[in-house]
Design a protein around this ligand. Sequence first.
Ligand code: NDP
Ligand code: 2IT
Length: 448
Amino acid sequence: MSFTNKYVERVYNELAVKSADEKEFLQAVYEVFKAIEPALEGHPEYEKNGILERMVEPERFILFKVSWVDDQGKVRVNRAYRCQFNSAIGPYKGGLRLHPSVNASIIKFLGFEQTFKNSLTSLPMGGGKGGSDFDPKGKSDLEIMRFCQAFMTELYRHIGPDTDVPAGDIGVGAREVGYLFGQYKRIKNDFTGVLTGKGLTFGGSLARKEATGYGLCYFTREMLASKNTDFNGKKVVISGSGNVALYAMQKAQSLGARIIAMSDSSGYVVDENGLDFEVMRKLKEVDRKRIHEYCDLVKTATFHEGCRGIWTVPCDIALPCATQNEIDLESAKTLVANGCMCVSEGANMPSTAEAMDHFVSSGILYSPSKASNAGGVATSGLEMSQNSERLSWSFEEVDAKLEGIMKNIYKAAYDASCKYGYPGNLVVGANIAGFVKVAEAMIAQGVV
Ligand code: NDP
Ligand code: 2IT
């Protein structure tokens, strides 16, 4: 870990000792710290106000037990978290993840990232994240409901429409948000916009479901335009087949791309003719089945075991939309060697630090997740606005706002990359643009 700025180096080294067992969190902090170094030169006020020391500590980190009863009558206990990371620019905002891998390090990395991502959206939202090591796979609908109700029975006391507004992430979609919302309302006797990603009949926003994937494509379109090209006729590989992946697929196809591979945690399917959106959406979103079953429905597709192999499929554009660290250095090298000219991140931190360095140094178009996947939380911000004014906007209205926000994020990141001497480096640009706003708000609000 090498830094040129002494202040950054000191704070990182102190954190590396204190958080030695939190490797994902340290990785996320390292990315931000490395990228913002140029913005710290000539700005002693950041050190004077202890900005970096304060930014790497969550304002509050709640750890709680969730006890529930499964369909066999057996008592189950899960560990759950809500990390209220930073409220400098608005109420804590960020998703809830349900996946067996969830631990304190993963929730802290996601909450830390969320702070800068939300800043980039230009909407007034602070950063937070939560979740549990509960595994939704193979659970019945009633088990999911009982878990969500038990989870909210503790969480409700920590959240509120002006305090902390959770939403979905891995393993949490409209069904889970619905059960969480119902339990919050029952306990508080308060019908309010305390969660986003709600159903359309009770305050959800049109286009929220599509927003992360669509936003990713709007952002990627700006990147491609900087090289005088577009999605038309491009071969695209998308990892994952959940909420983000599916709607990235739909939008990229509508912009003329051919999606030739997608995955889940068991493996990936390839069809050089292009995968079919409606078949994939029904299989994954409606029927909640495994991706290999796509090949029973479309005979030209082939299934390959193991999810990392997807990066060996030659493509023009890669959209990682599954999970953190799904692209290591070897996969990054393979992608670039096979002619990939653009990697745009839909998942949070899908590239390891080494993979990221490889993309940047090879000069291909590359965007870090906090910029390119900000469309989901941005549209959550639009859902909060609609709930506050007790109105619902049309799909077209929300989608147009989302598109405008993604274009602005691209411009802010690109302009910052030029201003600080790294033209086109969106890692530097996005991190600086996100950081400066949070830092200024923290300074203005005093030592709190
Ligand atoms: P979903 O639960 O809808 O889908 C997740 C997908 O990723 C599934 O295909 C899943 O496969 C795969 N996946 C999950 N964990 C792993 C793993 N450890 N190894 C391999 N594959 C895995 O989640 P989302 O689509 O909502 O989220 C995907 C990513 O996008 C996450 O990084 C999330 O943080 C990020 N994100 C989500 C936003 C949103 O609005 N939902 C907004 C911004 C970012 P399987 O079914 O086999 O587990
Ligand atoms: O990582 C993310 O930005 C999300 N999971 C969406 C959070 C939100 O509040 O909509």
